[in-house]
Write a protein that binds this ligand. Structure first.
Ligand code: BGC
Length: 727
């Protein structure tokens, strides 16, 4: 008894002494503590040199942590359609890993064309899981630069011409990514609307167009999506490079919008230590610095935010608070990502991701014309289907610049069609080539025409691709026409076989001089891993097409706002570009100027038909803080299940400043069984009817009458209600 008492006492004393000596956990490591407290604690423990190391790159795609404190490095990857293969430490080139083949998701134009925010959430969640699995802390995407001209080589990476559509789609994408403890990086902030001269072109645009057209999707990503990182753009705006831009980064992003995350430069978009220290840049990436031009292999210490910044702080030329603010932001990001012990593990190139990728692709494909009901083509309907066109076989996940992927699988349209209709039915010929050194263009065409004559059906699969001067980073398209003489080929095919359906794969609108002759036309996109399956499912009718155009396709290039004024308005004179079309971007231009487009924004057909009921509202007078409630019925009057995107546009009767004829304010994609009717309701806060008054520098809703129109595209209004906004 006595003995056991003694043993117990000694044991208790040992336990007490050991636990008393154990140092208490530092606050920054204690995730039960508030984030800001952890940030301040970590910051207070760091030396000046350790802080400097965190605000510039240490390799092509990473920045340093603070190993002494156990704060990990930050690893980044493109983005935005899949996780790029692992690069070499000091170069863009792939390192040659064998376990980094990803799921290629459809391009963001396709996602926008789904008009389905729920799919954007699933997209974000899945790509975030892939990023997490690959141990990335920042996914370099999504991109929300507005589609200003169909010649921009990077439009395929963005979400179309309308700020409201892009806003509604980008918020769930970000939320989905960040659920994984991976930061999304919203890019390219801002006004990066062309690739031509992208490093040195200076954009001049009015405050109204800036706030109404070019900023809303970024603002939504920051304020509603709570994005943790933003990438500065390459171009200049009002004389300053966007990666260190006082107005954009300090005043608008961080001050007006209260962004508390990290601003990452675009790769090689930084030009000056003072500007990047003072003007809101937090991590400098990809700089081709003096060290490199002087022939040193690793020059990260020479980055503008490395030694030169350190020297200026030490000499008192720059205040240390500038550095501390940047490091606070990086720490916040690290705590939200890599140091979040509860973040999930992620998954990579799984069947589940392939299924999501396929679904987005299917929902984004747009049926533009179907006069002879050429589509859908049921299995067994024809004995001999001839597929013509290089895009039926060309890999379209490769190329395009930084969004290029190494996909685990990429099912081509031809493979998808063979799988669906069988080898006996599907015949294939190239028809045209993007590699003229390899094939004789004339023989390719002759073979295609000869085969087309005897085919029961011709499916043409062409468009643009990811080569330079097509849909590709760093280059704009040279022409609105299809490349490689495809217009001529399509016209000749239609001459020899009227039963020809055309499928354009692109991230941009193209000229369609053959549009009157072609009985059926599909606008498809860069669809990723499951391209062929998605396309075959839509062609065969297993999936009823429901995508809508996220941009207007003009009849001719000069009809498009930015292309209607001459070179100073696009592409500029190599120094400046003036956005003279101002707020009239996309359908806002076509509507207001009464120019008929080839295909309007928001347009897309289905294999079934829909009957729109009348739009109604229970109230006709609203105050500025009210929410407008609208509803209507919609009936699937055809014989197939399908989905329709109902759109609501607003117009103001007598605005004190010029406004576009109409602006998208709400949309809903609704699935309906054959014969089914549903009631659809919309809510629009009255404040969303505002315009940006540049003199007052605020959003203003005027006391006025407004028309709210229910439409199936921006050019097809089905019914309207008139309301009054009162004080
Ligand atoms: C692109 C960015 C990309 C970065 C890293 C740049 O050239 O503009 O969008 O994230 O490279 O690859």
């Amino acid at each position: 008894m006595k003995r056991s008492f003694f043993i117990g006492l000694i044991y208790s004393i040992i336990v007490y002494c050991v636990s008393a000596q154990e140092p208490s956990k530092p606050i920054y490591l204690d995730d039960s503590k508030p984030l800001e407290q952890r940030v301040e604690d970590a910051l207070s423990r760091m030396t000046l040199e350790e802080k400097i190391a965190m605000v510039h790159a240490q390799s092509k795609f990473s920045s340093a942590g603070c190993s002494r404190l156990g704060i990990p490095e930050v690893w980044m990857s493109d983005g935005p359609h899949g996780i790029r293969p692992e690069p070499l430490w000091d170069a863009f080139k792939p390192a040659g890993w064998t376990n980094d083949s990803c799921t290629a998701f459809p391009a963001l134009t396709c996602l926008a064309a789904t008009f389905d925010p729920q799919l954007a959430l699933e997209y974000g969640k899945a790509i975030g899981e892939e990023a997490r699995y690959r141990k990335k802390d920042i996914l370099l995407g999504p991109g929300v630069n507005i589609y200003r001209t169909p010649l921009n080589g990077r439009n395929f990476e963005y979400m179309g011409e309308d700020p409201y559509l892009a806003s509604r789609m980008v918020v769930p994408y970000i939320q989905g990514v960040q659920q994984n403890g991976v930061a999304a990086c919203l890019k390219h902030f801002a006004l990066n609307n062309q690739e031509r001269w992208r490093h040195n072109i200076n954009v001049e645009v009015s405050d109204r167009a800036l706030y109404e057209i070019y900023l809303p999707a970024f603002k939504a990503g920051v304020q509603e999506g709570n994005v943790w990182a933003v990438m500065g753009a390459y171009n200049l705006f009002r004389g300053q490079h966007c990666s260190h831009h006082d107005l954009l980064l300090n005043k608008i992003l961080k001050n007006e919008w209260s962004f508390d995350g990290v601003v990452v430069s675009d790769w090689g978009g930084v030009y000056d230590t003072d500007e990047s220290a003072r003007n809101g840049l937090d991590i400098e990436m990809g700089t081709w610095s003096d060290g490199l031009t002087n022939g040193r292999a690793f020059a990260y210490d020479d980055y503008f935010l490395a030694r030169p910044f350190l020297d200026k702080i030490k000499s008192g030329e720059l205040p240390q608070q500038l550095l501390d603010d940047k490091v606070r932001r990086v720490l916040r990001l690290v705590f939200r990502t890599n140091m979040d012990r509860n973040r999930p593990w992620g998954s990579f190139a799984t069947d589940a991701h392939a299924a999501i990728s396929r679904r987005i692709a299917e929902q984004g494909i747009v049926l533009l014309k179907n006069e002879t009901q050429l589509f859908p083509v049921s299995v067994g309907q024809y004995d001999r289907i001839l597929v013509v066109g290089e895009n039926a076989v060309k890999s379209l996940t490769v190329g395009g610049g930084s969004s290029e992927l190494k996909a685990k699988k990429e099912i081509s349209p031809l493979e998808g069609l063979i799988e669906k209709y069988g080898e006996k039915t599907i015949h294939y010929t190239l028809g045209y080539t993007s590699e003229p050194q390899k094939y004789d263009a004339d023989s390719l065409r002759q073979v295609a025409l000869a085969l087309a004559k005897s085919a029961d059906l011709v499916i043409y699969i062409g468009g643009l691709n990811k080569d330079h001067y097509q849909d590709c980073e760093a280059f704009d398209r040279k022409s609105f026409d299809l490349p490689y003489d495809q217009n001529d080929l399509i016209e000749r095919l239609l001459e020899v076989n009227k039963n020809t359906g055309v499928i354009i794969i692109s991230g941009n609108g193209v000229a369609m001089p053959w549009i009157e002759q072609v009985p059926a036309l599909i606008q498809s996109w860069y669809l990723g891993s499951q391209a062929g399956n998605a396309m075959a499912n839509v062609i065969s009718g297993e999936v009823n097409p429901s995508g809508k155009l996220p941009f207007t396709i003009p009849k001719k290039l000069e009809d498009n706002g930015a292309n209607s004024f001459g070179p100073s308005v696009y592409p500029g004179d190599s120094i400046n570009v003036y956005y003279k079309e101002d707020i009239l971007v996309g359908y806002r231009w076509f509507d207001t100027k009464k120019i008929e487009p080839q295909f309007p924004f928001g347009f897309g057909l289905s294999y079934t038909s829909f009957n729109y009921g009348k739009l109604t509202t229970d109230n006709k007078e609203y105050s500025k803080t009210d929410v407008i409630r609208l509803s209507c019925s919609i009936t699937n009057t055809g014989g197939k299940d399908g989905a329709e995107t109902l759109q609501i546009y607003s117009s103001q009767r007598h605005p004190s400043l010029p406004r576009p004829l109409k602006e998208l304010k709400a949309f809903k994609k609704v699935s309906l069984k054959a014969g089914e009717t549903k009631t659809v309701s919309f809510t629009i806060p009255v404040k969303d009817l505002a315009f940006f008054d540049d003199e007052r520098h605020e959003w203003v809703v005027e006391q006025d009458r407004f028309t709210l129109s229910l439409a199936t595209s921006s050019a097809d209004i089905r019914s309207s209600v008139r309301i009054k906004v009162v004080e």
